[in-house]
Design a protein around this ligand. Structure first.
Ligand SMILES: Nc1ncnc2c1ncn2[C@@H]1O[C@H](COP(=O)(O)OP(=O)(O)OP(=O)(O)O)[C@@H](O)[C@H]1O
Ligand SMILES: [Mg+2]
Length: 319
């Protein structure tokens, strides 16, 4: 039985319109399963539908059509069972300012009928760098600390399925490392993890399988290693002082002075460098590196048409 099963999930917001004036489809027939024990990444640009899908999974929002099952329990028809199996870290920081951290975690335990939970609460606080914050009031915490408390809250009832909606936004480097170590440990012990993040390095390092959403549709679904090997094998990277002509810029990933082109072989690399030279620019600090998940993500998102996902032949389609 899959840990999570999304079955043709659609969500429309009747009052929201997209640019062409039609009703916005936040989710358009999203179907895929996440197996028990997987560390699964859900990626997509802002507005792709990630949080909408997670809200439906968590029972906070209803699908317009389709079904979502958690360990076989329908999130609508069998809410209590589905909810008990899930620990959800929401994207938005929501908390009650009147409680201390420990009180908030005890109350959350109470929702799940767990009475004496302080040993586990202590372990959570310890692992999330909150050991000295148990008695601090929620409103006294910094943004990053509040997010850590949200993670602790999601885990108080030792859920089998952990869902994290951008858990590391605004969290410092050290805690990000601690958090991932802790989540990876829970995953090794058998928990399923569903993660959304805009830090593609984190997704590449952690997730064994990835789905990419674009405008509410699944446009890629594959093992992380297959996504990487299907991408252009190399990336040419250099710095320039001026502005690239449009025909070159449209093919590049540009971050300030740094320009990167996907290039499969030496001839392509030479062609790009020659084109840069011909446009009167000088390429400095030239490097060639392997494509990473960010390159794959950009390739998938820049494909002109949103088309049906073809998980297996995605590799060919992206070449
Ligand atoms: N309550 C709502 N009413 C109308 N439209 C909504 C509502 N909630 C979300 N949307 C729209 O649904 C689409 C998907 O939003 P969603 O929050 O799921 O995106 P996301 O992938 O989580 O993006 P981000 O990376 O920014 O968190 C967007 O176009 C958004 O404007
Ligand atoms: Mg979101």
């Amino acid at each position: 039985m899959p840990a999570i099963s999304f079955q043709s999930v659609c969500k429309t917001y009747p009052l929201a319109r997209n640019q062409s004036g039609t009703v916005l489809k936040a989710l358009d027939h999203v179907s895929f399963d996440i197996q028990q024990g997987e560390f699964f990444g859900l990626l997509g640009p802002n507005g792709a539908g990630k949080t909408t899908l997670i809200s439906i999974l968590a029972g906070l929002s209803h699908a317009s059509s389709g079904h979502v099952l958690v360990h076989g329990s329908d999130v609508l028809l069998d809410y209590a069972n589905a909810r008990r199996k899930l620990g959800v870290v929401p994207q938005e920081l929501v908390f009650d300012p009147f409680f201390t951290v420990r009180e908030a975690l005890r109350i959350q335990s109470g929702y799940f009928g767990i009475k004496r939970n302080d040993d586990w609460i202590d372990e959570l606080l310890e692992n999330l760098g909150l050991a000295d914050k148990g008695n601090a009031n929620m409103r006294q915490l910094s943004g990053g600390m509040k997010r850590r408390v949200l993670v602790a809250q999601a885990l108080v009832h030792k859920p089998q399925v952990i869902v994290l909606d951008e858990p590391t936004a605004g969290v410092d480097v050290e805690l990000r490392q601690n958090l991932w170590q802790f989540i990876a440990k829970l995953n090794k012990q058998g928990s399923t993890v569903l993660l959304t993040t805009h830090y593609l390095e984190e997704a590449e390092a952690l997730c064994s399988r990835i789905a990419m959403l674009k405008q509410g549709r699944v446009v890629a679904l594959a093992q992380t290693s297959d996504l990487l090997s299907a991408a252009s094998s190399n990336i040419l990277r250099f710095k320039i002082d001026g502005e690239l002509p449009l025909h070159l810029a449209s093919q590049a990933r540009i971050t300030g002075r740094i320009v990167q082109f996907p290039a499969n072989n030496a001839r392509e690399i030479e062609q790009y460098l020659a084109a840069v030279r011909e446009s009167g620019l000088v390429a400095e600090d030239v490097e060639i590196r392997k494509a990473d998940l960010e390159d794959v993500f950009l390739e998938v998102m820049n494909e002109k048409e949103v088309r049906e996902p073809r998980a297996m032949d995605l590799a060919g389609a992206m070449k």
